[in-house]
Design a protein around this ligand. Structure first.
Ligand SMILES: [Zn+2]
Length: 199
C-alpha cells in the first residue's frame, strides 16, 4: 500500500486505541510502541507498510486486549472530509519513513533477551543499594535509596522512612528491550535460561 495509506491506517488505529487506554510512542530507532492499560507493550515497525503487516499488528494488539470495530478501516468509505482529519495526522508526521520497511517486526520472545535479562527475569534482580548525591536524597519524608541491578542495570528507586525503615514508595526504570509484548510466565524465562546455561 502507498505510504500515505499506511499513515491513514495508523491514524485510524490510534483513534480506536486511545479511548481504550493505549498510548502510541515512537522509539528512538523509529519503531512504534503501543502501551496498553496494565502496561502491555506491543511493538511494530514504524509504518506497517502493507495490508498483511497491518493485519498482523492488529492481531497482536487484539491478543493484548485491544478491540477493533471494523476489520480494516481503509476499506470503509471516507466519512469525514479531508480537512476534518484531526491532530493525530499531524503527530504522525514525526514517523521516519527513510529506511526500507521489511515485514512487521516479529514479536520478541524470551529467546531475544540478553543473558543478564533472561537471568533476572527467571530468578530476580541482583539489587545493590546506593545513595544518590546529597541534594537528590533529601525528599521531605524519608531517604531516597537507589537500587541498581548488578546484572541487567535495571534501577529501583525506594523512598524509605528513616526511622521505621518502611518503604514509602517504589518505582522502576528498566533497560531498553527488557519488556516483551504480551504476558509471559516466569517459567518461560527459566526454561530459556536452562536452554542457554545448562547442557
Ligand atoms: Zn536485573
Amino acid at each position: 500500500m502507498p505510504a500515505s495509506s499506511a499513515v491513514k491506517d495508523l491514524a485510524a488505529l490510534e483513534r480506536q486505541l486511545r479511548p481504550q487506554g493505549w498510548a502510541v510512542e515512537r522509539t528512538r530507532n523509529g519503531h512504534l510502541r503501543f502501551v496498553g492499560p496494565n502496561d502491555v507493550v506491543v511493538t511494530s515497525s514504524s509504518t506497517p507498510s502493507d495490508t498483511r503487516s497491518m493485519r498482523n499488528l492488529k492481531a497482536r494488539l487484539k491478543r493484548s486486549g485491544a478491540t477493533f470495530s471494523a476489520p480494516t478501516p481503509r476499506r470503509r468509505p471516507r466519512r469525514t472530509p479531508r480537512v476534518a482529519e484531526p491532530e493525530v495526522a499531524e503527530a504522525l508526521v514525526l514517523v521516519p519513513h527513510a529506511e526500507p520497511e521489511p515485514e512487521a517486526e516479529p514479536e520478541r520472545t524470551p529467546a531475544d533477551l540478553s543473558n543478564p535479562m533472561v537471568t533476572c527475569r527467571a530468578y530476580g534482580h541482583a539489587w545493590e543499594p546506593t545513595l544518590p548525591d546529597e541534594e537528590d536524597r533529601a525528599p521531605a519524608f524519608g531517604v531516597l535509596v537507589l537500587m541498581k541491578c548488578l546484572r541487567c542495570e535495571s534501577l529501583r528507586r525506594d523512598l524509605v522512612a528513616r526511622h521505621s525503615g518502611a518503604v514509602r514508595s517504589r518505582s522502576y526504570v528498566y533497560p531498553e528491550g527488557f519488556h516483551l509484548a504480551g504476558r509471559h510466565e516466569r517459567g518461560e524465562f527459566r526454561a530459556e535460561w536452562l536452554d542457554r546455561f545448562v547442557t
